[in-house]
Design a protein around this ligand. Structure first.
Ligand SMILES: C[S@@+](CC[C@H](N)C(=O)[O-])C[C@H]1O[C@@H](n2cnc3c(N)ncnc32)[C@H](O)[C@@H]1O
Length: 258
């Protein structure tokens, strides 16, 4: 999928996406990844943060509410329109721009203390250029935090094998099957069953990420594999699967340099 095709695909689902994330129905974000990402970020008060692939801006707003000075970019102009409309309604000082994270030429080098890519880097075909560009716009020792679906488990042919067809009950889950981990490949999916267009996540083995991070001069400081709280698991059986395999991985990196 070319950059323009990717932009068009995200344009087509922007309204539905905003509706979904703004009504809190994206449980992975609300119950798992927001906390993990905020914990990894720590105190962002006064820091200059770039949110790369910000979508309609929900997490950019969360960081701005915590005192960060946020610039947020997205490939989709409709996503940015939706984000700007939210900013107009409830101003937090956010600066939204339409841009490709693989070409951040509108942004100066060394401009940011932190860059984040919250479930967006795996949407980018040219992730190596994106990593180089994100490193460029960070100051030396600036931090880069990104999350993706866990590549060890989410491959084109992975999924739960269940004793009862299509069951979501944990007791019916026999094991999680994974195949074709090594080849970099495209995972085509619809964000929700009736979504007007398909999207692509780019699956890559962990070593590809490690090599590309190194080439961009990032050092991996830490890795998180978020799991639900015991209260959440107690409340909803569905979450038990998240204690068996890691759904997401979050990399906490730092730009090498003096
Ligand atoms: C799964 S959404 C995540 C949005 C937001 N980070 C969140 O978690 O709510 C991925 C976003 O990345 C954007 N995106 C995809 N490719 C991009 C690229 N090359 N540069 C910038 N944004 C991109 C899409 O338009 C989409 O809004």
């Amino acid at each position: 999928m070319s950059r323009d095709e990717a932009a068009q695909a995200w344009e087509a689902i922007a309204e539905g996406w905003a509706e979904r994330v703004r009504t809190g129905t994206d449980h992975n974000r609300v119950y798992l990844l927001d906390t993990a990402t905020l914990d990894a970020l720590g105190d962002v008060g006064g820091l200059r943060v770039l949110d790369a692939g910000c979508g309609e801006g929900r997490f950019a707003r969360m960081m701005a509410e915590r005192g960060a000075r946020v610039t947020a970019i997205d490939l989709s102009s409709r996503m940015i329109e939706l984000a700007r409309a939210a900013e107009e309604k409830d101003p937090l000082g956010l600066d939204y721009r339409v841009a490709d994270m693989a070409d951040l030429s509108p942004l100066a080098s060394g401009e940011f203390d932190i860059a984040i890519a919250y479930l967006s880097l795996f949407d980018v075909r040219d992730y190596e250029s994106a990593l180089r560009e994100l490193a460029r716009v960070l100051r030396p020792r600036g931090r880069f935090i990104f999350s993706i679906s866990h590549p060890c488990f989410f491959t084109p042919s992975s999924g739960w094998e269940t004793s009862v067809p299509n069951s979501f009950r944990d007791a019916d889950r026999l094991y999680f099957k994974v195949d074709n981990y090594f080849p970099a490949s495209e995972i085509r999916f619809r964000m929700w069953p009736t979504a007007p267009t398909e999207l692509i996540n780019y699956h890559r083995p962990l070593s590809d990420y490690a090599h590309a991070l190194r080439a961009a001069r990032f050092l991996i400081r830490d890795i998180h594999e978020p799991i639900p709280t015991p209260e959440l698991v107690e409340k909803l059986d569905f979450w038990r699967g998240y204690l068996r395999i890691a759904n997401f991985i979050l990399f906490d990196c730092v730009k090498a340099g003096s």
